[in-house]
Design a protein around this ligand. Structure first.
Ligand code: PMP
Length: 361
């Protein structure tokens, strides 16, 4: 089989060296005669992995001191409920910044549990951009403000965080965590499903500020309380051991590459190649996102007709570029360029796009 360039939106491409190490260790983890899949989560081997993954996350994000990293199951979708269960008391209001399908979903779930205010909503513009500061209307005293740093379906990414005063800012970073440097201390809580930039599906990373752990509600069921995870080092019950093991390898890989600054350099160069193919196509390709809100992770674009969009995906797949169909809710094409995707993949896609536009334009 020839080279496959994997543009899947998630689960997504993983670093080849990580897969090789996982393969090598699958039958025999560090001379123990069994795989990590077959060991107790209370073993010293697993506890070391758990601790190293937490430590690596904190180091990469500059959150050592004052924050905890937790490993939770149930995907980012469970966080949509856990956040209001822990932080939205009855009588209070939580503010949501709505920039696409994922922030909508987060808001809709929270709405089942308490009072919600949409503090900005770019739906009327077709979710092409993040809101301008003057469009954001926070409620009087929000319990928290929630945003989605990168809208995986619409390809819209926040470039500057909004001003929220004293309110705790909470972010779903599922599709761009560790893709660029950031001041993570801007946030009271960050969550991210691992299956795009961090590893496999099955584990969701939560970074939470200490004061949030203290203020969180004490009444929700144990598995839905952040403080239970923190108190037990994410080992309250059996964790997804293999997912955390792979997450730890991916975090090690990011560190070896040079951390978040290196990730941003890689990601900017890949995104520049694909957006240049869009912008240079004399409107054959139409980028979905407004240029100042463009995502470096998910490049979303339309072609002149649905027939051409279908042919584009088919021919790209035949050429070894997989995962390019747009999400069913918006159509068109989407190229996901997560951390582990290499520059040759983005260059191959850009060259394919230029040639496809020449032949079909
Ligand atoms: N938030 C964002 C930004 C996402 O991209 C996704 C998944 N594509 C989710 C939340 C939902 O994640 P999960 O499937 O892990 O529940």
């Amino acid at each position: 089989m020839g080279a496959i360039y994997n543009f899947n939106a998630g689960p997504a491409v993983l670093p080849p060296t990580v897969l090789q190490q996982a393969q090598a260790e699958l039958r025999d983890y560090q001379g123990r005669g069994m795989s990590i899949l077959e060991m107790s989560h209370r073993s010293k081997e697993y506890e070391a992995i758990n601790a190293q993954a937490e430590q690596r996350l904190m180091a990469l994000l500059g959150l050592e001191g004052g924050y905890r990293a937790l490993f939770v199951q149930g995907g980012a979708s469970t966080q949509f409920a856990m956040v209001p269960l822990n932080f939205l008391a009855s009588g209070a209001t939580a503010d949501y910044l709505i920039t696409g399908s994922w922030s909508e979903k987060a808001r809709d779930e929270a709405q089942r549990l308490g009072h919600i205010h949409s503090a900005a909503d770019t739906a009327a513009d077709g979710y092409r951009r993040t809101p301008n500061p003057e469009e954001i209307r926070l409620s009087a005293d929000p319990a928290y403000v929630h945003l989605t740093s990168n809208e995986t379906i619409h390809g819209v990414q926040w470039q500057r965080w909004p001003e929220v005063g004293a309110a705790p800012l909470i972010a779903d970073m599922s599709s761009d965590i560790l893709s660029r440097p950031l001041d993570a201390r801007t946030f009271a809580l960050i969550y991210a499903g691992a299956q795009k930039n961090l590893g496999p599906a099955g584990v969701t990373v939560v970074l939470i500020r200490d004061d949030m752990l203290e203020r969180a509600a004490k009444t929700p069921p144990s598995m839905l309380r952040y403080s239970v995870y923190a108190k037990n080092n994410s080992l309250y019950n059996t964790p997804p051991v293999f997912a955390v093991y792979l997450l730890n390898l991916v975090l090690g890989w990011i560190g070896e590459q040079g951390g978040l600054a290196a990730m941003e350099r890689r990601n900017s160069a890949k995104a520049a190649a694909v957006y240049a193919a869009i912008d240079g196509s004399a409107s054959f390709y139409r980028g979905h996102a407004a240029p100042d809100s463009r995502s470096a992770m998910n490049v979303t674009f339309r072609l002149p007709t649905p027939e051409l969009e279908a042919r584009f995906v088919t021919e790209a797949t035949a050429a070894g570029m997989v995962g390019l169909a747009g999400h069913r809710s918006v159509g068109g094409a989407r190229a996901s360029l997560y951390n582990a995707l290499d520059q040759p993949a983005a260059d191959a896609l850009a060259a394919f796009m230029i040639e496809f536009a020449r032949v079909n334009g």
